[in-house]
Design a protein around this ligand. Structure first.
Ligand code: PGA
Length: 255
């Protein structure tokens, strides 16, 4: 935290989890949010099949909604893909772009990620651009190099400070229960802020930088206290309202 003007964001990534009845969880998160000071944003990105229902379940609350991916084009012959305009059309406000699972499972390059982020801007969505090194890259001492190059390549030309969110997610910490140490998180987040400052002079403090990778109620306060950590991108622990709200509470307490 303490990175100036940024409003913190606690974002849940449900990945390929959730059926219709999961909207009960949304209702619990939405009503639970009202009990905390309104000093941080809260977001759930369900699978695309649920987005419409989730938007409905969250309506009238402070809970924001988004998707987990979009195509770079606005329409066309792309079987199975979803356009950013379609996400906006049903009320989504954010879209996660370039998650490591998509980079690995679908061969997404930073260039493709940048094109998707442009699509998000075109549709009026806020892209959450994900970057992060693998264990092999970390052990080879290449973390800063990898993260810097992913960041440079994934931010599109028309971006400006406030228009997007960055999520640093070390691949080895995602879904593994292994959490990056506060020192490791601080080093990378400081570097990201520095790179943003070079690219967007005077606006670096306007971009929220989230940490993601096994964030849980038990470690959230410590991670969120790290300088230049403006929130979290949470997978597993966002599936339970109680856990997700506990992470939100840890964020609110820091403000
Ligand atoms: P995790 O996932 O919290 O389950 O580690 C984080 C993410 O992949 O966004």
């Amino acid at each position: 935290m303490e990175s100036g003007m940024v409003r913190p964001l606690i974002a849940g990534n449900w990945k390929m989890n959730g059926l219709s009845q999961s909207c009960d969880t949304i209702a619990s998160i939405a009503s639970g949010l009202a009990t905390y000071d309104d000093v941080a944003d809260c977001l759930i990105c369900p699978p695309a099949t649920l987005l419409s229902k989730v938007v409905e379940a969250a309506s009238g609350s402070r809970l924001k909604t988004g998707a987990q991916d979009c195509h770079a084009s606005s329409s066309g012959a792309h079987t199975g893909d979803i356009a950013a305009e379609m996400i906006a059309d049903i009320g989504g406000e954010y879209v996660i772009i370039g998650h490591s699972e998509r980079r690995a499972d679908h061969g997404e390059t930073s260039e493709m990620v940048a094109a998707k982020a442009e699509a998000a801007f075109r549709a009026g969505l806020t892209p959450i651009i994900c970057i992060g090194e693998t264990l092999e890259e970390r052990e080879a001492g290449r973390t800063i190099e990898v993260v810097s190059s992913q960041l440079a390549g994934s931010i599109p030309a028309s971006a400006f400070g406030k228009s997007f969110v960055v999520a640093y997610e070390p691949v080895w910490a995602i879904g593994t229960g292994k959490v990056a140490s506060t020192g490791q998180v601080e080093e990378v987040h400081d570097k990201i802020r520095e790179i943003l400052g070079e690219r967007f002079p005077g606006q670096a403090d306007e971009t929220p930088i989230l940490y993601g990778g096994s964030m849980k109620p038990g470690n959230a306060a410590e991670l969120l206290a790290v300088e230049n950590v403006d929130g979290g991108l949470i997978g597993g622990a966002s599936l339970k309202a109680e856990d997700f709200l506990a992470i939100y509470a840890a964020c609110v307490t820091q403000k």
